[in-house]
Design a protein around this ligand. Structure first.
Ligand SMILES: C[S@@+](CC[C@H](N)C(=O)[O-])C[C@H]1O[C@@H](n2cnc3c(N)ncnc32)[C@H](O)[C@@H]1O
Length: 229
């Protein structure tokens, strides 16, 4: 087992069944386990190296440990696993054409009460470094649906999309991934978030005019624009 701490993220290279017993209970588990449909070796996904991590679903005992690791649980591919009935499924509409050979939507099981919810984003709208990589915006939406938890755990983290979403929202993340190749990708993606300068290094006050800090920060820029027009 290897452990890396990058900013607000703690990342483990290892089997989640070995790591989970060492962790405290977190606010939310938001995860995307193998669906057991051999998607990693699907001929449509030729551009990715064929690894066999998706040959089988995790055992019942693994899923049970995963769900119990958080106060709230969101499990993508929930329709493939033997989980209790749930009212609040989260559905991702992948905006695929009707006659396309891949699924038009994916479903996440949750242990939340409340109506099912739908999120829409094209599966072609982002670059993938993992064959079943989720969009960062989808995982941010999941975090919001989970009630804005402070610490989020993903025991099947893949390329670390849940972690990227959590850190970009200013939250803490614990990620576990078994494949060294995907673990490295996760570390690189998380490091990029930590290294990125904040988009807006200031906040607005209720008047919308900005705080003194923001005015001081923007003034030189506005002056430069003023000189050019
Ligand atoms: C569906 S993928 C997750 C993809 C991820 N949502 C993303 O956006 O990159 C599931 C991942 O779980 C990993 N995995 C499978 N069994 C595992 C285990 N027992 N412990 C830790 N990771 C595991 C696989 O290597 C795979 O990368």
């Amino acid at each position: 087992m290897r452990k890396e701490i990058i900013g607000n993220a703690v990342l483990y290279l290892g089997d989640c069944m070995e790591v989970l017993p060492t962790l405290p209970k977190v606010d939310a588990v938001i995860t995307d386990p193998p669906y057991g449909i051999g998607i990693a070796s699907n001929p449509v996904r030729q551009m990715h190296e064929k690894l066999d991590w998706d040959a089988a679903t995790p055992d019942e005992s693994v899923l049970s440990a995963v769900i119990q690791a958080g106060a709230v649980a969101v499990v993508w591919g929930g329709n493939y696993f033997d989980l209790p009935p749930s009212q609040c499924f989260l559905v991702w509409d992948k905006m695929q054409p009707q006659d396309f050979s891949l699924a038009m939507c994916e479903q996440a099981w949750t242990n939340k009460k409340g109506p099912a919810k739908l999120y829409r984003q094209s599966v072609l709208s982002y670059r993938k470094e993992h064959p079943t990589q989720k969009p960062v915006e989808l995982m941010k939406w999941c975090i919001e649906q989970a009630g804005k938890p402070q610490t989020i755990l993903d025991p099947f983290a893949g390329s670390g999309t849940t972690g990227v979403a959590a850190l970009e929202m200013g939250l803490k993340f614990i990620g576990i991934e078994r494949e060294p190749k995907y673990f490295e990708i996760m570390c690189e993606r998380i490091q990029r978030v930590v290294d990125a300068p904040p988009l807006f290094p200031f906040s607005c006050d209720t008047t919308g005019r900005g705080t003194q800090d923001s005015q001081a920060c923007l003034l030189p820029l506005l002056n430069q624009i003023g000189e050019k027009v």
